[in-house]
Ligand binder design. Sequence first.
Ligand code: HSE
Length: 398
Amino acid sequence: MINVAVFGYGTVGSGVVEVINDNAELISKRVGDDVKVKYILDLRDFPGDKYENLVTHNVEDILGDPEISIICETMGGTKVPYDYTKRALEAGKSVCTSNKEMVAAYGAELIALAAANNCNYLFEASVGGGIPIIRPINECLTAEKIDCIQGILNGTTNYMLTKMENEGAAYDDVLKEAQEKGYAERNPEADVEGFDACRKIAILSSLMYAETVNYEDIYVEGITKITPADFAYAKKMGKTIKLIAMSKETEDGKFAMVSPRMVGSDSPLSAVKDVFNAILVHSNMLDYSMYYGRGAGKLATASAVVGDVIEAAKNLGKHLPLLWDAKKATVADKDALVQQYFVRVSGGDKAAVTAVFGNVEFVECVDGEFAFVTEAMSEADYKVKAAKLSGIIGMIRM
Ligand code: HSE
């Protein structure tokens, strides 16, 4: 019997208990032993809950119990769970988590601690919810050099942008609807400002480079300034607008960025709608591969946590190598990144645009203004040129 404790009986934690119990028979076959939830740690009581007898408020019951070999950390936040995670790993108990803040902030340190104690720190559920992406990068793609990851890593904003695209709706209206449906939080900042996607691309970037990409070094721009007019232009150009979390290695350095982008119908990311997430990986032998599915939600996320529980259960007493060093990766200044730009201009004249930007493609769609698409250039070059033009309303990267 392999005994598991679940830290935090919220949406994901209760999903973990449900998955372990509902799929007990097949999990037992796959592990070669029964896997049972012995404790649930939470500050609250859950009278009437099917598993109320498993609830404890005392973490020492769990950390001091030699029968517990695996812990699912689904508490969220980085204060209390950081202490609990460290103590669990030091006691040789593997930890499986959905907590992206924790992984983004302390991933390398906790992996090293797991290695030193012959156990594992696993975090498949921290990026893309139920979508397999951490293990594919660490195992299936280990023969590859990955040079680019582009992801739609936030379901809330993808839902909102899909609504804006389909209905011509304004940002404020779709935000209200997303809040009513329970997709967006009352304080939606983490999603709409791109901070959630930033933590997730920091994790993927760290795995891509096997060094720590600090989320604070990643440029982040959210979707709050996107308007129905932007979507009208996108439609005219056969494109859509997505919040893209990107990590890319070029001869100019290692870039990581979260921002809205105009995405063409030739990219599979353009077909990712509503709350779905997708991660498009480019690597040197395989070329492109894409990972798609539900990036959030109780059972989708819990499924990924339990997948990690099974991996940990099959490897008790053995650390599974995970290349993510504490050494800080040098993230290049985004001003050096070469890409194209979609630019809207109010009034102004096209001759002035051509004089400054050279060869551009003009787009007309909204009265009283026009837009143009530049050739590829660095952001530094773009800024210098844009400063010479008057009337620029906005810019979206391509
Ligand atoms: N708020 C997140 C999202 C939840 O919308 O994708 C999953 O991390």
